[in-house]
Design a protein around this ligand. Structure first.
Ligand SMILES: Cc1cc2nc3c(=O)[nH]c(=O)nc-3n(C[C@H](O)[C@H](O)[C@H](O)COP(=O)(O)O)c2cc1C
Length: 198
């Protein structure tokens, strides 16, 4: 088969984001492992905060359809998110909430059909010592329970992330780099085992 297509989604709404930097490391790691990588900037989807009246008036915004298409044409999804007060960012949750509102139609699967049984993996980063670990636990539950995604057990939280990168954007700590490699390898193994039809 062709090499797995991995969609990488940073969860930060901030230029200079530590999680974007970790996502860049993950992308380079995935490419080095022979995977095809697409990166998606959730901010560029320009999704408003979920609004049922807006949905009733004008349907689900185009940005959510763009996210659905990117997920539907990937073999695996990697989300790299900060935590805000122990929880995944509103940018991530809002985008997936909108995605879940896309009904099937016009020969296209609905939002939840695009995520069902889709391999996924999680990374997180924070200047704090726990590296936003708590957010991944909530995000894992959210993606598994509501979106039927298959989130691999391997995950990695990069603590003290403000000190973790060298001038080239690489991780200074070899063990941290290996942890990212293990998460990518687990996602690639599952994506190879259950590729999305092309
Ligand atoms: C509203 C808010 C809540 C935060 N809560 C936490 C938290 O619970 N745990 C933590 O480790 N860092 C927390 N932080 C700090 C973030 O980890 C830090 O801003 C980080 O750089 C954000 O990720 P980014 O660099 O990828 O944007 C919080 C930041 C904000 C803005």
């Amino acid at each position: 088969m062709d090499s797995p297509r991995i969609l990488i989604i940073p969860g930060s709404a901030r230029d200079g984001s530590l999680n974007r930097r970790l996502a860049a490391v993950a992308a380079a790691t995935a490419r080095a492992a022979g995977l095809q990588v697409t990166e998606m900037d959730l901010r560029a989807l320009a999704l408003p905060v979920y609004d049922g009246d807006l949905e009733a008036a004008s349907g689900v915004p185009a940005g959510a359809h763009e996210l659905r298409q990117a997920i539907a044409t990937s073999d695996g999804v990697l989300i790299v998110t900060p935590e805000y007060n122990g929880f995944p960012t509103p940018l991530v949750i809002n985008a997936f909430d909108w995605l879940s509102r896309i009904p099937p139609g016009d020969g296209q699967a609905g939002g939840l059909a695009a995520t069902a049984n889709k391999p996924a993996a999680l990374l997180s980063a924070s200047p704090g010592p726990l590296g936003a670990l708590r957010s991944m636990n909530f995000l894992r539950q959210y993606l598994q329970m509501a979106f039927a995604m298959l989130v691999v057990p391997q995950q990695f939280a990069l603590g003290r992330a403000n000190e973790a990168f060298d001038g080239e954007g690489a991780l200074k700590d070899a063990r941290a780099a290996q942890s990212v490699e293990k998460v990518i390898a687990a996602l690639a193994t599952l994506a190879r085992a259950m590729p999305t039809p092309r």
